[in-house]
Structures are given as C-alpha cells and as structure tokens.
Write a protein of this length. Structure first.
Length: 368
C-alpha cells in the first residue's frame, strides 16, 4: 500500500510540472496465491496426491509440509496405524472433520519428546473436531511412559476445540505454553490424568461454554500441575490468573508422600442445587371429583396445593418426593390422574386404589 501511495504522488507531481493532464485509473488486484487455502488428507489417497479435495495427500505430515501460515489442513478420513509424532510448526488449523488419528504402541518406545500424537511447536495453531487415540496402556509393565495425545511446547495463542485425547498417560500436555480449550473437550480414558499444565509460563483457559469431560476421582486428576514445592505455592496457584483459568474449579495440593510427586490437582467444584423458585408443579384437576392434595417440603416449610393449583418454589432438577392424599375414592378401576412439572406429565403410578379396591383416607408417594 505504501508503494502505491508513492507512485500516485509522483504522478501528481509530474502533472503539475509539465502542465499536462493525466487520466489515471486505479486497479485493485488480489494475489490469490497468497490467500489462505485448504489442504486435504485422505488415507485412501496415493503418492501422487497434491492436497486438493479431488486428489488429497495420503498422510498428514505431507499436508503440513505443503501448508503455509493461515492455511487449513482438513481430514477426509481416519488415519490409523501411526507410529511417529506429527509435528505442527506453522500457524495453521488442523480440521479433523470429526475423524480420528490412531497411534500404535511403537510410538511409546521413542525418545523423550517423541511420545506424543500431535506436537505443536508454533504460535496461533488451532486443532478442531479431532480425536487422538494413543496406546500407552498396551504395555502394562510400564506405569508411566510420558505418552500424551497432544503436547503444546513453548507456543502461545493455541486453541483446541472439540477435541478428544485418550489412551495416553495424559491426554494433553500444556508445556510452557498458552492454550485455550473450546467446545467439547474429552480427556477421559487416559492412564494417569487428563491435562498437565506445567513449566515456565504455562497457561490453560477454558472458553465460556466449554464442556469438559475427564476422570474425576481420587486417583486421576482431570487437570494437574507438576513440580509444586509446597502447599503455599498450591494455594497461590488456585488464586493466580496463570496456569489455569476457569470458574467452578478448585486446587488441591498433592505431596510427594502420596506417590504422585509434588503436584496440584484441579477438580471441578460440585454444583450447588438451584435456588427455590425455578420449578413449578401443576396439580391436575380431579377427573373423578374427589379432592387431591400435594404437599412438598422446601427449606423447612411445607407447601401444599390441591386440584388444579400450582405448587411453586421447587428447586428445578432436584429429586422431590411429594405426598398425595386421596380420600373417599371407591372402586377406581383406571387411575388417570397426573401432575405436570414444567409442562411434563407425571403419572401417579402405583398409588393405592389403582387395583379397583376401596380406598379411604389413604396416602401414597411418588417421585418426579
């Protein structure tokens, strides 16, 4: 743009000096060769593949080699039997297109740093809609082999969206890097835990709305940080904006005496039950002309409703037991009474009286 501006200034100067009028027309040209492009990969391709949709590359490394910054590499099939780490050293997008990369246990015998499915070595990389399946559990004699589905090494502005990483010692390793998780993230099914966030200025952030799936128990951390010197440092990590940022998570210090090294495990806090007032129970009008009463215990207060009334202040999504008083019902052969909660009909199945016997002043219960 600066070059064009100088040329235009020069033309205007010549016009003024010579007194000759020039008519100039500006043309905007687009260099399509520099525009971001999509490169395709399909296991059914052949050696002559050029990365087009009609003639895709047969393997992912060739496509990455051919890609330039801002390009997208898109899978058209699963890639199986992979034995070496796939390195991403350019600012590109890997679109898995809901396909899977499957690695054999041969990769587990490689040297340090080579036991990863994907190794991201560049800033501004995006991996989306992809499943990484490792084979760390194939050698049961090895308790820890350092196998990760994805390792991000000394890179920033990396986004992992709708990604599954399973079968490794850990699903994802954020190694001195800044990574954003987005969409559905599943790191369950790994030998030790889900995501390791360690070294230098490592930082992991969950985008708003991210659905995180991992193993949540006392033996497997969904997210953990290595090489923590003390519980004081662990508490600082829980409050700091670095390492890991997401609402609803808390940090727990794991001393080396527990067999896990000195670590911090991040786990999701249990959700508080919703406050009263989020759900409504509609008591059905009695089709048999007898009084039906529903009582519900909420916050130490008993709330009641009868035929056709609403019972409010019910915690939405919380299991509730209501009591139904049915009086003076005789020879009832078909029980069709129902209740609704937020529009969903709940039949009163199993209450006394449905078998046709005489019922007087009887109480039954049901749960919705």
């Amino acid at each position: 743009m600066k070059i064009k501006q100088k040329c235009l200034s020069l033309l205007l100067a010549l016009t003024m000096v010579t007194g000759t009028a020039f008519s100039t027309t500006a043309f905007a040209e687009t260099d399509e060769s520099n525009a971001p492009k999509t490169i395709y990969v399909d296991a059914s391709g052949d050696a002559s593949g050029d990365g087009t949709e009609e003639n895709p590359y047969q393997n992912l490394p060739d496509a990455i080699t051919a890609a330039a910054d801002d390009d997208t590499v898109k899978l058209q099939s699963d890639l199986e039997g992979l034995t070496s780490t796939i390195k991403i050293n350019k600012a590109i997008t890997i679109d898995g297109n809901s396909h899977t990369l499957s690695f054999t246990d041969e990769l587990n015998t490689k040297g340090n740093g080579e036991r990863n499915g994907l190794l991201i070595l560049s800033d501004k990389v995006t991996v989306e809609s992809l499943t990484i399946q490792m084979s760390a559990g194939a050698d049961e004699a090895e308790s820890w082999q350092g196998v990760y589905g994805i390792q991000v090494y000394k890179s920033s502005d990396v986004t992992l969206g709708n990604v599954t990483a399973a079968g490794g010692d850990g699903g994802i390793f954020v190694n001195d890097s800044a990574v954003m998780l987005d969409g559905d993230i599943d790191v369950s099914g790994n030998e030790f835990g889900g995501i390791e966030v360690s070294n230098g200025s490592a930082n992991l952030t969950l985008a708003e709305g991210t659905e995180f799936s991992g193993t949540f128990d006392e033996n497997q951390p969904p997210i953990w940080v290595d090489s923590i010197s003390s519980e004081t440092e662990a508490d600082a990590l829980a409050e700091a904006e670095g390492y890991f940022a997401a609402e609803g998570w808390s940090a727990e210090y794991k001393d080396s005496t527990e067999g896990n090294g000195s670590q911090v495990w991040f786990t999701q806090d249990e959700e508080e039950p919703p406050a009263d007032g989020t759900g409504t129970l509609q008591v059905a009008a009695s089709v048999i002309g007898e009084k039906i009463t529903v009582s519900y215990q909420a916050g130490g207060e008993t709330k009641t409703a009868t035929n056709g009334e609403e019972l409010t202040d019910i915690p939405e999504g919380t299991p509730v037991t209501a009591t139904v008083d049915i009086s003076k019902i005789t020879e009832l052969t078909e029980h069709k009474e129902y209740y609704t909660i937020d529009g969903t009909e709940i039949l009163l199945n199993g209450l006394p009286g449905v078998d046709g016997t005489k019922v007087n002043d009887t109480t039954g219960t049901f749960t919705f």
